[in-house]
Ligand binder design. Structure first.
Ligand code: FAD
Length: 560
């Protein structure tokens, strides 16, 4: 499925134009004079926490960020001690490829002037070559047309299944045209029908996919980034949101690593801001470092919210925004049960996480551009396989694929990127053992290549389910989870809540309808900003209504 101009991650559940709202000259809102300078706690300095804090600062509030680990959260980038970060040879341990349609995230890329380059996904136009290996048989392609005809057949079956079973072409046209009424009409018919359908169930029940071998090949190659069969148990709605909004297409990577984005936001001094001197940044407001991890969250006798940090200091706030993964509100932070309704607690607890592991090695140069003198093929390619490694990505150093200097600069191989069951297979293994097994898989696919001879320094590996301060890679809703996600996403509109349930706002990847994409973290942060402004008596300009102002018109459909 190719990207369409004008496509946006206008999430069909709530097609609010976040990028336009962010860019509007009227700004995100205005606070009454007495609220100016009010402190608001923001728990977590990942993308959602930083966007929330940055925009609250611009509005004249005083955000107080708490972070348990590194600024950037799941946009963490590892460096290799053997080479300087400026070589571009880095490893994005979490988010690494960002779709052109993620326009709210893109707003911050533009604002921060972050350099990007196309991401070398399988069969993407900028990718030198791709190898797909299934059942011990490998095929090599420099362009999609090089693949055997069965791949085009499977791609056609997928398009047919989506058209027949989910009205996808009409939905995509409506999304590209920002036609919110049509988007909602189509989506509101699909939600009750497909909430309880798994991705695999949808594929297997589609008449277009009558042949098992086609389903198997589809699981291996999928669409966009490829290798989607580990998502087969998830709700079909999760997949539809991705394909309806081009989230899996036209990806860029951040040169120097994805963590540059949250770090730049932390340091950025906005040109326009209220109530703070010009030159103020989140970094300067925090004297250079966020406050420590949060240990407990409770309602104080005066009605404010008490945030207790790891070392025992408690501070009181009228509003708190939590951006941590939702299980952490029970497993990591001692959260007063009375702060949320039982329905919301149930939704928080029912979160289903995708596991994920990645392993990277530094190599001397992008040797994959060499061609075998006999076959004329690249000696190594972006690889999708049913072996343990699943996805292997080749990441040039320097300024990416178009930089001639990159040919002589150290580069990085992501030997393996896996999800779910495939990630759990690596969990117990130490780094060296992981790399040994991965090199073994590669030697079967590329018998003439001495990949190990190119490796320099120490490998880098991560299993997100094993990381302190995280509960897995990202949310991935199972069939029947729509109602829970709706409760979480809509929690920022608190007018009808009893007083004891007001004042804590949720944002971040878990809360969004598009988990696993930084765009969702940004969009839900903007929801939380709207919620805080309203909670403190502020409003949005009539020319730039916020997500809560348009809630009645756009709200996600409620299932019985
Ligand atoms: C393996 C992987 C691959 C991904 N790939 C992509 C991709 O290619 N493209 C894309 O767009 N997105 C991708 N994502 C998703 C993207 O990384 C997330 O959507 C985004 O980074 C989430 O930001 P967040 O602020 O919601 O959460 P987080 O980044 O998790 O931020 C929450 C923060 O809270 C902190 N915290 C936890 N407990 C406490 C506490 N008690 N007190 C204070 N702080 C606390 C954590 O340390 C963390 O920094 C990927 C994620 C992973 C893990």
């Amino acid at each position: 499925m190719s990207g369409s101009p004008g496509m946006a991650m206008l999430v069909p559940d709530f097609p609010f134009p976040y990028a336009e709202h962010l860019a509007a000259p009227a700004g995100l809102g205005e606070l009454p004079p007495h609220a100016q300078g009010t402190e608001v706690a923001v728990i977590g300095a990942g993308m959602a926490g930083l966007v929330t804090a940055y925009e609250l600062m611009r509005l004249g509030l005083r955000p107080v960020l708490h972070e348990a680990g590194e600024i950037g959260g799941r946009l963490r980038t590892a460096t290799f001690p053997q080479v300087d970060r400026s070589t571009g040879a880095v490893a994005d341990l979490g988010g690494m490829r960002f779709p052109a349609s993620g326009r709210a995230f893109g707003h911050y890329l533009d604002l921060l002037d972050v350099a990007t380059a196309p991401f070398p996904n399988p069969l993407a136009p900028q990718t030198p070559s791709t190898v797909i290996e299934l059942g011990g048989r490998a095929v090599y392609a420099e362009r999609p047309e090089d693949l055997p005809p069965v791949f085009a057949e499977v791609s056609h079956h997928w398009a047919t299944a989506l058209a027949e079973g989910a009205d996808l072409p009409a939905l995509r046209v409506a999304v590209a045209a920002r036609a919110t009424r049509q988007i909602k009409q189509i989506w509101n018919r699909l939600v009750p029908r497909l909430d309880e359908e798994s991705f695999y169930g949808f594929v297997a029940r589609s008449p277009a996919f009558g042949d098992f071998s086609h389903r198997e090949l589809f699981g291996q190659v999928g669409f966009g980034t490829g290798g989607w069969d580990t998502d087969f148990p998830n709700s079909m709605l999760e997949i539809l949101r991705v394909v309806a909004t081009d989230a899996d297409d036209q990806h860029v990577r951040i040169l120097g690593g994805a963590q540059q984005v949250p770090l730049a936001l932390w340091r950025h001094t906005p040109e326009t801001l209220t109530g703070h001197p010009v030159g103020t940044s989140l970094e300067s407001l925090h004297d250079g470092a966020p406050r420590p991890a949060v240990r407990a969250l409770r309602r104080l006798d005066d009605g404010r919210l008490g945030v207790l940090d790891r070392w025992g200091t408690e501070r009181a706030y009228p509003a708190v925004v939590s951006t941590v993964q939702s299980w952490l509100l029970s497993a990591g932070i001692d959260t007063d049960e009375s702060l949320f309704s039982h329905d919301l607690w149930m939704a928080l607890e029912r979160s289903h996480y995708m596991q994920s592991s990645k392993t990277f090695v530094l190599v001397d140069r992008p040797f994959w551009r060499d061609r075998d003198p006999v076959t004329g093929r690249h000696v190594m390619s972006t690889t999708l396989t049913d072996r343990l490694t699943r996805g292997t990505y080749l990441l040039d150093g320097g300024r990416g694929l178009d930089d001639p200097a990159a040919a002589h600069t150290p580069a990085v191989v992501c030997l393996s990127y896996t999800w779910n069951d495939d990630a759990l297979k690596w969990l117990a293994l130490p780094t060296d053992e992981r790399v040994r097994l991965m090199l073994h898989s590669m030697s079967k696919i590329y018998p003439d290549l001495d990949l190990a001879a190119h490796i320099r320094g120490e490998p880098v590996t991560i299993s997100w389910e094993n990381e302190p301060h995280f509960m897995g890679a990202f949310r991935g809703n199972l069939p029947g989870h729509y109602r829970y996600q709706r409760r979480l996403f809509t929690h920022f509109v608190q007018d009808a809540f009893p007083a004891e349930h007001r004042g804590v706002f949720l944002a971040g990847d878990d809360i969004s309808f598009t988990p696993g994409w930084a765009e969702g973290a940004v969009q839900t942060a903007i929801n939380a900003v709207w919620g805080v402004v309203r909670h403190l008596g502020g409003t949005c300009a009539p020319t730039n209504p916020g997500p809560g102002d348009r809630f009645g018109e756009l709200a996600p459909i409620r299932l019985p």
